[in-house]
Design a protein around this ligand. Structure first.
Ligand SMILES: C[S@@+](CC[C@H](N)C(=O)[O-])C[C@H]1O[C@@H](n2cnc3c(N)ncnc32)[C@H](O)[C@@H]1O
Length: 205
């Protein structure tokens, strides 16, 4: 499983996404989700995307998305899927609103502890970390920040539990970081299976 934790400081936790700015920059997470899962005419098979939300009004929330060919989504409408998932959880405590989607309320440090206790190594994507090519990537979980990055207090608290890795000295968008990581893991042959979804592709002029 390729595991990404995307930390959002601002995405609304009530699922009321009127527009990009009112939603708390949901667009950044959507671009990241698209690049985590989708390739041309295909869906990656072994992805877990933990969308960790710390925005208003009821933080925290975790929306876990796992590769599932039956998830009713298209890359054109991920916003609705996330909005409905949050609303179902908040109103009716529904934790598995759609195939491949799980919603919960969990402390960020407990989430990392769960992974550590399962033998995972936590790699924090950080421009000032060790260059990725100088590090052996094993049993990885990757943490990626949003446009504000990972809050300083959290970074300080997890410092001794994570390995900071850098993709170089350019400050990339979160979604670009995911693209680069997926490409790097593809080159490593790490969990690179893909569902063929070309049968869904119908183009009409
Ligand atoms: C747009 S950047 C965040 C910028 C934010 N001002 C900060 O200082 O963290 C989004 C996230 O992508 C990751 N990132 C961006 N460029 C990177 C690089 N060159 N190497 C490693 N991670 C990077 C980091 O996790 C960062 O939090």
């Amino acid at each position: 499983m390729r595991i990404f934790i995307f930390y959002s400081n601002t995405i609304r936790t009530d699922g009321n996404f009127k527009n990009i700015y009112y939603s708390g920059r949901l667009d950044i997470a959507i671009n990241s989700i698209i690049h985590a899962f989708f390739v041309s005419n295909g869906l990656r098979k072994n992805i877990r995307f933990d969308l960790y939300l710390n925005g208003k009004p009821v933080p925290p929330r975790l929306i876990r998305i796992e590769s599932d060919i039956n998830t009713p989504w298209s890359k054109k409408d991920i916003s609705t899927l996330l909005s409905i998932s949050l609303k179902k959880y908040n109103k009716k405590n529904i934790k598995n609103p759609f195939p491949g989607i799980y919603v919960d309320k969990i402390d960020f440090f407990d989430l990392l502890d769960e992974y550590k206790n399962n033998g995972k190594n936590i790699y924090l994507l950080d421009k000032d970390g060790e260059f990725i090519e100088n590090i052996k990537i094993e049993n990885p979980v990757f943490i990626i920040g949003d446009f504000l990055g990972i809050p300083k207090d959290i970074k300080k608290k997890i410092d001794s539990d994570v390995i900071k890795i850098s993709l170089g000295d350019i400050n990339y968008f979160s979604s670009q970081v995911i693209v680069i990581l997926n490409y790097y893991l593809d080159k490593m042959n790490f969990e690179r299976d893909i569902y063929d979804t070309s049968y869904k592709f119908i183009y009409r002029e």
